[in-house]
Every structure is written in structure tokens, then in C-alpha cells.
Design a protein around this ligand. Sequence first.
Ligand code: KIV
Ligand code: ZN
Length: 511
Amino acid sequence: MNDKLIIFDTTLRDGEQSPGASMTRDEKLRIARQLERMRVDVIEAGFAAASNGDFESVRAIAEAIKESTVCSLARANENDIRRAGEAIRPAARGRIHTFIATSPIHMEKKLRMSPDEVVAQAVKAIGWAKEYTDDIEFSAEDAGRSEIDFLCRIFEAVIKAGATTINVPDTVGYNVPEQFAATIATLIERVPNADQVVWSVHCHNDLGLAVANSLAAVRAGARQVECTVNGLGERAGNASLEEVVMAVRTRRDVFQCDTGIDTTQIVPASKLVSGVTGFPVQPNKAIVGANAFAHESGIHQDGVLKHRETYEIMRAEDVGWGANKLVLGKHSGRNAFRSRLQELGIEVESEEHLNHAFARFKELADKKHEIFDEDLHALMSDEATTPELEHFRLVSSRFHSETGETPQAEITLAVGGHETHTAAEGSGPVDAAFKAIESVAQSGTDLLLYSVNAITTGTDAQGEVTVRLAKDGRVVNGQGADTDIIVASAKAYLNALNKLHSKLERVNPQV
Ligand code: KIV
Ligand code: ZN
């Protein structure tokens, strides 16, 4: 049996479908570069037909990425497939991933198509995809609730038509490991020419079983797992890349296969995705949570000091912990700054952009003497806002907070290029800052989440604030970083307002 497990990352497509996780083209490019550095085999860069923005992002990633295969999702219709085909055209290796639902409930209630029509449409879809690439993946959406005979029938037909990867999604996270493994084993046994294709799984985490189901499928013969960094994704998310990769690596004896992933890039990838999307990582999250390698009990600490393997099955440094080495300081020059950005895969569009970013780096280095990679990511995330996303900009701020006095905020904002001054009181300085901004923006949004994290260690660390706002069913995450957490909060609030203001249309492919 083939012992290579293909890692297909869908952070930029399914991950982006998490409410509020939508990313700009530049943010997606930065994540794609990190995925390539981590040696992900296939990067699902987006859903090209969803909007012009999605098309441009997939295309930009197809142009930039050389080592990983770049893939676009497409429903099984001609327009979607042609958009996907055009978007991946510049890729060194490009894949089209087309899907159609196969469960009785989806076919009858959502597609309103008969099973015969679904098979015919799937076969036509492969034919259109073949005009662009030989690397074609077919997914039977809601396979986890589909009839096995029907799955065998449609998979046989698409393999005959030219599909090279067959993906079995548990779209609604309904399956349990033994049963899912049995489904995969049956399909591989019953579908003619099953040995000519790669069998893939795509599990959602509604019952907290996405990783367990994916791993059970690997034991049953699946050789591609679709997953996301930090388990980001629709609803409860997708199978988490870091958990799948480290499980097969740590228990090679059980899985009899391994991935090509450079595991030391896992923690940097996790931090980057969390920073860009505004989805914090829970401290006790396996592999990438802040406590994943922390031993609290005295007995455990004693054991680890005597012999590490008494309580540790993996080494923190093997997954990239401890990689946040000191990179730059206030005496670092422009060239050192530029080359570190290049090493991190952060693009600067022009010399003017570099000069502006470098000036901000110097300001930060004056306040905070040691600058880490995480600080640079946060600084460049701020820089990366495109003009159409910058309707509101923080020009200056003053906050007053004193025991026994009502906190106050005075803020100067640029709104559509015009400066305006505003002030408000609040129950705390952050509340006062948000009220001052609202008195100008009048957004009428609901604040769903406010959270502060230290980007690195030490009291001079930058605080990274995430603000989640909702309006008319749209949810956005805004982020801001600064050594002053009130300023970081104001930036995060404005970042979220800017995302709401820029009407990025999104289409969810599963609706
Ligand atoms: O969950 C799902 O079924 C999907 C498909 C589009 C592969 O994301
Ligand atoms: Zn999915």
C-alpha cells in the first residue's frame, strides 16, 4: 500500500467559510506561502466562481506558488468549472475540484434533481474540467449521508470520465469512526478501477470527530486528507491539519504512512492563520495551543526533567514551538527588515510601501526593543489593508482613565479621507473608544466578541485585539495590534468596520 498521505489544505476555502474569517487577497497569499513552506501537497486556494475577488485570489496564488498543487473548488456546472480552470491556468500544477450532492435529502430538497440527473451532471463536469487539467478531484457532497450503492455508481462513472481523486466528504459531521472507515473500505473494494485514483476524505467537526473520522479512513485506505490549519472551517470546522499530521507521524506503527509536511512550520502557520482571521487558538488545543507542551503538575514536571519521554510523546520544537526567535531590533536596517519579510513570505508591493512599513517598524522598535516574527506579521497585517478596505482610519487618540473618574476617549479619525474629531465617555477606556468611534461611524453593529492576546511574551509585548461585529447577518472579525491595548482595540474596531463597509460578496458553495 502507498505510504504517502497527501495533505490537502482547505484553510483558504472551507476555512474562509467560518463566519467572519474572510481574507483579503494579500492575506490569502501570505497564508498560501506559509502552506507551501510547510510543504502542503495541495492548497485549495478558493472558490473562483464565488466572486471576482475569489477569482483574483486563486489566480494570484496560482501565479505565486511553485511547489504545491493549487486547486479551485467548482460546483458541477460549466460556468463554475470554466472560472476555476481560468483561475488555476498560471499554476505550475493546477487542480479543479468539482462537487455535487449525492445524499437523498440534498438531491431531492436542495438540487431538486433525480439520481440519474446527478450522475449525468457529474460526468459532464469532469468533461469540462478535462479541458483545463488532468488533475481532477470529484467530491460527492454529503457522502456521509448518501447511499453506498449510489456512491459506488457515481464514483465509477466519474472515474471512467477522468477524475483522478475521489473525495468522500462528511459534510455535516454525522459519521463516527468505525462506520466511516467501513464506508471507505467498501468503496475501495467495490468501485471498479478504485486503484487508479487517490481516495480522499473531508470531515467536518460537528460531533468533534473530524480528526478521528479522517484517521479511521486513513486506516481503511484513504491517501488524501482534507484539513485546515487550527481546524478552521464551516460551523464547528474541518479536521485540523496539525492533529492529522502529528497523529500519523507519531503513530506510524498504526497508520503505516506519513506526510511530506515540514512539521516545524506548524506553529508559525497556526499563528499566522489565527492572526489573519481573528480566530484565537484555545490554550488547550492539541499541538498548537499555548499549553500543549506545558506541564503543570509537580509529578509531571519532575518526570519530564528526568526523562522527557515520561510525559511527552512529541517534541515541542518538532512542531515549531520556540521558533519565535529574536529577529530584529531598533538598530536593524532597511535591508535586514526587507530580507526578513521576504523570508516570511510577506510581499511589499513597492519601495514606497517598504519605506512606510519600515518607518512603522522603527516606531515599534522604539517602544519594544525586541521584534519577533509574530510582531512583523501583525505590523504587516495592518499595512496590508487595501484602500477600498480603509474607509475609516485612526489618525490619533488620547485616553484618560483615573481612579474615581469616568474614562474618556478623544479620537481623530479619517473617514473617506476627511478628518473628524470625536470624544466619548465609557465604563472603561476601551468602551469609551468604541463609543467615540460609533458616534461618527453610526454603524449600528452588534459587538459579538472582544478579546486581547499578547503577541509575544513580556510586558512590552504588543497586544493583539480581535473584535467581531455583526450586521444584517454579516459577521466580520477585525484585528489591531499595538503596545497600547486601547489603541490596538480602536484599530481592531475600525478594521472590522472597514470590512463591513467594503461589500465583499461571498457565496457559500455548500448553500
Ligand atoms: O463539506 C463539504 O462537503 C465540502 C465540499 C465542497 C467538498 O466542503
Ligand atoms: Zn467542507
